[in-house]
Ligand binder design. Sequence first.
Ligand code: SF4
Length: 448
Amino acid sequence: MTQDALRSALLDARVPRYTSYPPANRFSGAVGPETVEAWMADLPACADVSLYVHVPFCRRLCWFCACRTQGTRTVAPLAAWLDTLEAEVALVAERLPAGLRTSALHLGGGTPTLLSSEQITRLGSVLAPILNADAETEVAVEIDPCELDEARLDALKALGLSRASIGVQDFDPVVQAAIGREQSAEVTGQAVRWLRERGIGGINFDLLYGLPHQTEARLAATLDEALRHRPDRVALFGYAHVPWVSRRQRLIPEEALPGAEERLALSALARARLLEAGYVAIGIDHFALPEDSLAVAARERRLHRNFQGYTTDGALALIGLGPSAISRYPGGHAQNAPATGAWTEAIRAGRLATLRGHAISPREAMIGDVIERLMCDGRVDLAALARRHDAPLERLLLPAEEAMARLPGVARIEGTELVVADFAYARLLAAAYDGGLPGDSGRFSLAS
Ligand code: SF4
C-alpha cells in the first residue's frame, strides 16, 4: 500500500478504541449477575483491585459528549443514587473475598463534582466496606470546573484525592457555543489553582480536536492557554461524531465540522505544540510531562489500558459501580444496566445490576494481550506472549502476518516483535490483528 493509500485508510477507518478487548460492542446478555458472582468469588484474597464509580448526572448536557449521563437541576437524584450505591456496595462486599487491596479509585461520570461536599463525604462511608486504600492508592476524579467549589475539593481531598482530570475541550467561545459547553478560561484556571493549593499535583486536561468551527489558529490559542497551566498530562482526543449513538450530537452543526484532511492537520498541530512544550507522547492520544508516572510507566513498558484510557494501574480486576459501569475480571467483562432506573430496580431487588458482558476465551485473552501492548507500547514481543499463554508462536505470528499483508506499511516484524510503524496506526493494526477489516464498521469513531 502506498503512503497515500495508507493515509486514506487511516482517514476512513472506523475502528474501536480498544479500551477493552473484546470491545464493548461484543458484549451480550450471556453474562449476567450469576457469572459475575462467580468471577468475584474467584478473585484471590489479597489481590489488587481498582474501583470505578459512575455518577450518572450532569447539570448541563454538552452536545459533543457521548458519556452515559442525564441532566438534573436538583441534588435530589444524587441523594437517591447514593442510597442505591450503598446497597450495591453491600451486595458486592458480600461476594468479594476478604483482604482485597484497592490500588485505585476513579470517580467518573457524568459530573462527580455535582455531589455536594456532604455527599462526597458520605460517598467515602458508602464505599468503606470495599475500599481498602493505603498511601499508594491513586484516587482520581473527573472535574467539570463549572461545578466545583473549595468545600467539594476539601471533601475530595479527605477521600484521598491525588489526581484530577479537567474537561477543557477547547477554550474558544465560538467552538464552545457550537458544542454546547461554555466554560471560561478563568473558571478552568481557578480549578487548577484550587487543586494545587491543596497539594493535588496530578492534573490532566482533556482537549479535543475536530470540533465544529475549530481552526488551526483557534486550536493553537487553546493550547497556549492550556500550556500556561502546565498540566501533568494532556489527553488529546479526536472528536467522535456519532449522532446515531449519542442523540445530543444531532445539535452539533455538521457543516462546521472539519473535514478529514483538516482533522489530521489539527491533530498534527496539537501534537507538535505539546512535544515542543516538553511533553512526552504516550500511546495513541496522551501526553505527559517526562517525570509524570504515566510517562515513567510508558518508558518502563508498564502501561495498561482500561475503560478510562491509559493507566499505570495493573490491578487484577476493576469493579465498576453505578449505572452503565463496566467491570473487568480475569474471566471477562460485565456492564451494569445503563439506565439509572433499571440499575436501581435490580439493586433494590437484591441482585447485581449486570445487564451484559463477555466471558473471555483463552484465545481472546491472548489477542487482548497483543492488542494492549500494541496500544500501550506500539510493539509486542509475540514470543514472550506465546510463552505466557502456553501457545505456539505461529498462533500469534499468523494474524500479524495477515494484518501486515492487509495493511502494508503499517507494521513490521523485528525478531519476534510486531512493531507498529507509527502510533497513529495502532488502532488500525489492532483491528486488523483482531480479524476485522479496518473501515468495515460504521459504528466506531474515526481512527484519526
Ligand atoms: S462533557 Fe461532562 S458535563 Fe458535559 S455532558 Fe459530558 S459528562 Fe456531562
